[in-house]
Structure formats: C-alpha cells, structure tokens
Design a protein around this ligand. Structure first.
Ligand code: CA
Length: 224
C-alpha cells in the first residue's frame, strides 16, 4: 500500500485530497505548511503532493530540499501556471506538475502513472501485521513462518493485498483469479480455495485477522 504525503495549506483541498486518496486505497499523511511537510517526510512516504504557495515558505524550495535527501516522487499541485514556475519545478526534481483546479479523477491518474514508474522492488512486498507477501518470489510468511500456498490460493491473497482498503466482490475475484478463457468456475471452488488459504494463514479461522468477510459485499484484507 502506498503512502502519500499531501503538503497543502488550503484546508478544504487538503481534506478533499485526503478523502479521495484514502478511498482509492492509499495511506495519507496531511501537512499544512512547509515545515510540517518536511517533518513528516520519512522512509514510509512513496509520493509527495506539493503545493507551491505555502504559508511559511516556497514549495519549490521544499521540493529542492526533499530531492536533496531522497528520490521520493514529487507532484506539484499549484495555482501557479506560469512557465517559469513550471520550469523551476522540473529543475527542482518534480515528477509531474498540475495546475489547480484539477479534477480529482485526473489527479489520481497522474499519481498512478508516477507510482508505476517507481523502480521495481521498491514496493516488492506487502505487509499487514504478521503477514508478509513477497510479490517477486511469490512467497508468503506469517509471523516469519513460510506458508505453503497453492497457485490459486496465492493469487487470491495477492489480489486482496493489492486491493487493500477495498472490498472485492466474489465476482471480481472469480474474474481475476479464475479467468481461464471465460470458463465457468463453480462458486464452491472459490469457497474451498478461500477456506484452505485461511487455514494456512489465519491464526484463528473462526475470527479471521487477514481475509475478512464484509457482510453481503465481499472480502477485504485487514480492517476495512
Ligand atoms: Ca497554497
């Protein structure tokens, strides 16, 4: 799960961004000034959304400072649309530059595009409590013990992990895990796979920690 740091002093916009990104399955940290933003920047941040006009400083300087210490992607989100600012932003190491107002849907597409360009391995694993999934090796450990999953069990778990924060309906899961040239999969196959997977990863299958039912809707990984 990616963590995005928003540095934006417009309270309403900061909150709208936070809500949109949380719904999109991102972890979000919000800062309202340059100082606060730099204070929140640590190794857990995967991308920074950065305003230029901040109360205690110039976002371009913040960008330069961030870039001086880390390779974390920076998307400028600002009302300033003159060429000079845009050029300076890219010279400071911006990965993208968007002029307000920008539709939240378009912004999310830009965020996804920038995150896609992160070097492979940066987020090569998923962790939630004691559960760790190493995507490249297709290896799963629970409290540091290897779980031996069948290919379908692994795919089911990876799908839920990659969609952490969302509810996956049974139909969505069937389409993505069993999409075998459109062949029909009995619901029972799904139930059996899920139950075997849970036996291998859940400390207590009667009260699942990892794969949870969202009543009447579907399944999610972790709390929803
Ligand atoms: Ca501002």
């Amino acid at each position: 799960m990616y963590t995005i740091l928003i540095i934006e002093d417009d309270l309403a916009l900061n909150e709208a961004l936070r809500q949109m990104l949380s719904h999109g399955g991102y972890n979000v940290r919000s800062a309202f000034s340059a100082t606060e933003g730099i204070g929140l920047l640590d190794g857990s941040i995967d991308l920074v959304l950065l305003d230029i006009g901040l109360p205690d400083g110039d976002g371009l300087k913040v960008g330069k400072e961030i870039r001086g210490n880390t390779r974390v992607p920076i998307i400028f989100l600002t009302a300033k649309d003159d060429e000079e600012d845009i050029v300076t932003a890219f010279d400071c190491g911006a990965d993208d530059y968007l002029v307000k107002p920008v539709s939240l849907i378009v912004l999310e597409k830009h965020i996804k595009a920038v995150l896609r360009r992160l070097p492979a391995g940066d987020k090569g694993f998923f962790q939630y409590k004691g559960l760790v999934i190493h995507y490249d090796a297709k290896r799963v450990t629970v409290n540091e013990e290897a779980a031996r999953l069948s290919p379908k069990e692994y795919l089911l778990l990876e799908l839920l992990a990659r969609n952490r924060g969302k509810v996956m309906t049974k139909t969505m899961i069937l389409e993505q895990v069993w999409d075998d040239m459109g062949s029909f999969v009995e619901e029972n196959t799904f139930n059996v796979t899920l139950s075997r997977l849970r036996k291998k990863i859940e400390p207590d299958v009667t009260r699942p920690t990892y794969i949870r039912n969202v009543f009447g809707l579907g399944y999610t990984l972790g709390e929803w």
